[in-house]
Design a protein around this ligand. Structure first.
Ligand SMILES: NC(=O)c1ccc[n+]([C@@H]2O[C@H](COP(=O)([O-])OP(=O)(O)OC[C@H]3O[C@@H](n4cnc5c(N)ncnc54)[C@H](O)[C@@H]3O)[C@@H](O)[C@H]2O)c1
Length: 435
């Protein structure tokens, strides 16, 4: 049976509506569903049930063209759509922070019941903001239970989070930083990507779980930016500085400040500057009685990163640990506030023997360790590999990558994570045409 609709949107709040009408504007056949009869009636009159610039015009345009309508009949809409997108509310109570997913559960049940006897394989996509794992582990399971079909066989799953700003939603839809598409296979990802054929911006194709998590990551980052700017501004005001000028100086550096630099998960920071100057800023704030909880938490968070690294190593219950790299980062010999030396101190405090190598230090050299009188005796790489029951790689250099690949013992990689396979980050589709 051929499907009537390219896409069915379940939940016509601000998110569902903007996405549905912008997809319809590109020529797709779209049906929206909402359980609130007042919302359905508003659409029939050609009006969105909320204020969002340009949306009413697109509703009228697509209603007139006949490729968009809204109904309360979820079953028929679901059954006749190739892609079923979910944009119901996921309210999150302030006290717990745990999102209420009951609207999603109800929608999942309706989808399961409706697709039980369809003979195509619909793609179910979550657009609501949800914790990672919700699509596969919760919505997908409910759909499977009520349809008697399996994920990847009777239906496919995807995640396509929404990043539009209210008030600029239509503009953001057609000109975006990136469209994030989470799917289990290339065909599903391509089918979702097709809904954005006229959109200018990158397409990022990732796993369903990474796509779900992306929304939390973005919004938390935006909150971090606002809070950081405000904490710096508060200190500036306190000592009589110029907050606007200070931030302009900060923003002028697009190599280290406003860039992807320092933004990849890896190990703790150290060295002669970051810990010392963070302490300096905290002391300045204290001197002027300014409270800056976010910056105030940085050193604790950094120590936690070291503790987690130590825990990962200790899980192997080793008697001897080999450290690959002791300077505070690769390619330098600076040991000041080196997280690697903190790892060594903490392991020794647990009675574990530590053997270490670093290309800039000779075998048998004795290094001072933080928070202990003990010394770290350096070894050759061969000795480290021969003695260690587990290796902790702290520097991302070719010699250590090779050693880690052929190591006979387990390796805990504490270096910075990179993903050379981040998919399809190129400008595509309409972006190419527009260029
Ligand atoms: N508002 C934003 O700016 C924004 C931005 C990005 C992401 N989000 C996320 O998108 C999701 C939706 O946000 P919103 O602001 O549009 O939500 P909303 O609560 O305003 O709208 C949800 C709509 O879903 C309808 N609905 C509920 N159960 C339904 C069902 N079983 N079948 C059909 N319709 C049903 C409701 O009647 C309502 O009209 C949330 O997860 C939110 O966190 C919101």
């Amino acid at each position: 049976m051929a499907t009537t609709y390219d896409m069915c949107m379940l939940g016509m709040g601000p998110v569902g509506t903007t996405s549905a009408v912008c997809i319809a504007k590109q020529g797709f056949n779209v049906i929206g569903v909402d359980i609130n009869p007042k919302r359905v009636e508003a659409f029939a009159r050609g009006e969105a049930p909320f204020i969002e610039p340009e949306v009413n015009n697109i509703i009228k345009e697509t209603l007139a063209k006949g490729n968009f309508r809204v109904t309360a009949d979820a079953r028929e809409a679901i059954r006749s759509a190739r892609i079923i997108m979910i944009a119901v509310g996921t309210p999150t109570p302030e006290e717990t922070g745990i999102p209420d997913l009951s609207q999603l559960d109800a929608v999942a049940k309706s989808i399961g019941e409706a697709i039980r006897d369809v003979d195509h394989q619909p793609i179910v996509v979550v657009r609501s903001t949800v914790p990672p794992g919700t699509m596969r582990g919760r919505i997908g399971k409910i759909i499977a239970e009520h349809s008697g079909k399996q994920i990847g066989e009777g239906f496919h799953i995807g995640s396509n989070p929404e990043f539009l700003r209210e008030g600029k939603a239509v503009k953001d839809f057609f000109h975006t930083g990136r469209v994030v598409i989470g799917a289990d296979n290339a065909q599903t990802a391509e089918a979702i990507a097709e809904l954005y054929k006229d959109v200018i911006g990158k397409r990022v194709k990732v796993s369903v779980e990474t796509a779900e998590f992306a929304k939390y990551v973005d919004n938390t980052w935006h909150a971090v930016k606002v809070t950081f700017a405000n904490e710096i501004g508060r200190i500036c005001q306190a000592f009589g500085g110029n907050p606007a000028e200070t931030v302009d100086v900060f923003l002028a550096d697009d190599q280290l400040n406003i860039s992807s630099y320092y933004l990849r998960p890896g190990f703790a920071f150290g060295g002669s500057c970051l810990p010392k100057d963070t302490r300096g800023l905290l002391a300045l704030a204290k001197q002027f009685n300014v409270t800056i909880p976010m910056v105030g938490g940085l050193l604790d968070s950094n120590e936690e990163q070291i503790n987690q690294g130590v825990e990962r190593i200790m899980r192997h219950e080793p008697k001897v640990v080999g450290l690959l790299g002791v300077a505070f980062k690769e390619h330098v010999d600076d040991l000041r506030e080196s997280p690697a030396l903190m790892v060594a101190s903490k392991l020794m405090a647990h009675g574990i023997k530590v053997v270490a190598h670093d290309p800039f230090y000779e075998a048998d050299e004795q290094l001072d360790l933080p928070r202990t009188d003990k010394k770290l005796t350096m070894s050759t790489l061969e000795d480290v590999l021969a003695q260690a029951e587990v290796l902790a790689q702290l520097h991302n250099i070719d010699t250590y990558n090779q050693a880690a690949r052929s190591a006979k013992q387990p390796v805990e990689n504490l270096t910075t994570v990179t993903n050379k396979d981040v998919h399809d980050l190129k400008e595509t589709g309409a972006a190419k045409k527009a260029a």
